[in-house]
Design a protein around this ligand. Structure first.
Ligand SMILES: [Zn+2]
Length: 522
């Protein structure tokens, strides 16, 4: 059974909506900078569970929190450190946007992330953490957590082994003097106000030294995050919320939040969907450059339906690994095409189900699956100025292509060009050398290239015919095929490897090919 349907069944069999009418599904992301594509896996898993429930006629609502109230705790490498360091420790909504036109830092990065979610076909209802706090909706939970701070400390100790001293309170105060939230310590609660000092300097944030008392309501304080998590379940009435599997270990943050929710707020742990990581080239986090690792960069490599496949194609307990700079990009397109071939052949298995879920929600009914040229072939053809994409596609298909197929081809060509310009590795780049590269050829190689020049001079030939000649030269020249192919790549590309040579030569202007071969043979 397709994983989203399996999870929908588990939910249906084990729970009733807490609000009596429809399930509430929730996910969130702290907007501390450009969002890593890994966070899109959470967006997609929650979104698919929502779609799978809806497909069974089970009402649900998907809420997504743009967390703009967590502290700004590090300057990302792509921002100017000197400009942004003074803001370290402020809540994210008080940090200025890197560009004009956005209310603050969190809104700026949130807007980019929401755009990616929409492109991927996910449309949760959004809210901000500041809305929850400033409206006063979190106040009953803040009061409970402060009054029962000793229980919070005990739960932390018992569940996760974390020791807090007796004065520790589960809130962070927004300093009335400097506005920072990461630099304060709250130490006593008298029933109406919290005493605090702005006197510690974590991660480069500078405390101002202010001491005071503040009423902890309406956004003046924020709950310690594991309590904050539990309170957000209760205040939103959350039924279903997953998280990366690193949170869902025994004694981990999810376990702590679940105990706090149960003991302090009398709230049942939402149905958990622990999921594996989205890796970039085998690594959990981006490299120092972070090239291609953001949700936006990754989404720019694929049309919606292929991007969705990257996000939802694997079961939740399997890692996803996509490397923008590796072969995994064409492989993902190949996987999509395999699913499409299966659907075209009339299959109705889990893969067909997956293919359907890859389509945007408003494009699922009764569509014809267009034939598509393989991405790696498209990526090759768009680099050959003398090849017509449509003619090559018809040749690959073996018949004329329909208007839908032309449209799909043009979309794919646009993504292929983008990939070639940005991340594609060397073996996919076919930059034909305009002058003869500096190469050393053997006597046998020169002779074979001379014979090939004569053959090419006789008239226009397609890739298959040239391919046949290359193999015939093995006896005619004679030459080992490997030596011949290496010589061809060397004189045209300045490399020792390359695409299928017959097809490659057919894609270049014939006069140019003849002249280059003849020059090499001299
Ligand atoms: Zn301060």
């Amino acid at each position: 059974m397709f994983w989203a349907d399996r999870i929908a069944n588990e939910i249906k069999d084990s729970r009733k909506p807490k609000n009596g009418s429809r399930f509430v599904i929730r996910d969130e992301k702290t907007l501390s900078g450009r969002v890593h594509v890994g966070s899109m896996r959470g967006v997609a898993i929650h979104g698919l569970v929502s779609e799978a429930l809806a497909a069974q006629g089970i009402e649900n609502e998907y809420r997504y929190e743009l967390n703009d109230f967590d502290p700004f705790d590090g300057v990302p490498s792509y921002l100017d450190a000197a400009t942004y360091e003074p803001y370290l420790g402020l809540p994210l909504y008080k940090v200025p946007s890197p560009e004009e036109g956005f209310a603050n830092y969190a809104e700026y990065f949130g807007a980019e992330f929401v755009d990616v979610q929409r492109k991927a076909g996910f449309f949760p209802s959004y809210y901000r953490a500041t809305e929850l706090y400033q409206s006063g909706r979190m106040d009953p939970f803040i009061r409970m957590a402060l009054e029962r701070a000793a229980d919070v400390r005990r739960i932390l100790r018992e569940v996760s082994g974390s020791e807090k001293d007796e004065s520790w309170l589960p809130v962070s105060v927004v300093c009335e003097n400097c506005g920072k939230i990461m630099t304060t310590r709250a130490y006593d609660f008298d029933g109406e106000t919290v005493g605090y000092a702005c006197d510690w300097n974590p991660d480069g944030a500078k405390a101002c030294g202010h001491k005071g008392r503040v009423a902890p309501w309406k956004g003046a304080t924020k709950l310690f995050w594991k309590v904050d998590w539990a309170a957000k379940w209760a205040v939103n009435g959350v039924d279903i919320e997953g998280a990366g599997k690193d949170h869902s270990t025994k004694g981990g943050s999810r376990d702590v939040a679940a105990h706090i929710a149960a003991e302090l707020f009398d709230y049942e742990n939402p149905f958990d969907v622990p999921y594996e990581f989205f890796l970039i080239g085998g690594k959990k986090m981006s490299s120092s450059k972070g090239r291609g690792s953001s949700a936006k960069d990754m989404s720019d490599l694929f049309p919606s339906e292929v991007f969705r496949l990257a996000l939802i194609g694997k079961d939740i307990n399997q890692q996803v690994d996509v490397d923008p700079e590796g072969e995994s990009v064409p492989r993902l397109y190949d996987w999509y095409d395999e699913l499409a071939d299966g659907v075209s052949a009339g299959k109705e298995d889990d893969y067909a189900k997956l293919f359907t879920y890859c389509q945007l929600p408003d494009k699922r009914g009764g569509f014809a699956v267009p034939w598509q040229m393989r991405f790696r072939e498209v990526a090759f053809v768009v680099q050959m100025p003398h090849l017509s994409l449509e003619a090559e596609a018809e040749r690959a298909k073996g018949s004329t292509i329909t208007q839908d197929e032309v449209d799909a081809l043009n979309v794919r060509a646009q993504y292929a060009r983008h990939w070639i310009r940005t991340y594609a590795p060397q073996e996919f780049l076919y930059q034909v050398q305009l002058t003869m590269p500096d190469v050393q050829l053997t006597e046998a190689q020169r002779k074979a290239l001379g014979m090939l020049a004569t053959f090419m001079e006789e008239g226009t030939k397609d890739g298959d015919v040239i391919h046949g000649k290359l193999h015939a030269l093995k006896e005619e020249a004679p030459i080992a095929p490997k030596d011949l192919f290496q010589a061809i790549y060397a004189v045209f590309l300045g490399r020792t490897s390359g695409p299928k040579a017959g097809w490659f030569l057919a894609g270049l202007p014939r006069e140019f090919v003849v002249a280059r071969l003849a020059e090499a043979a001299r």
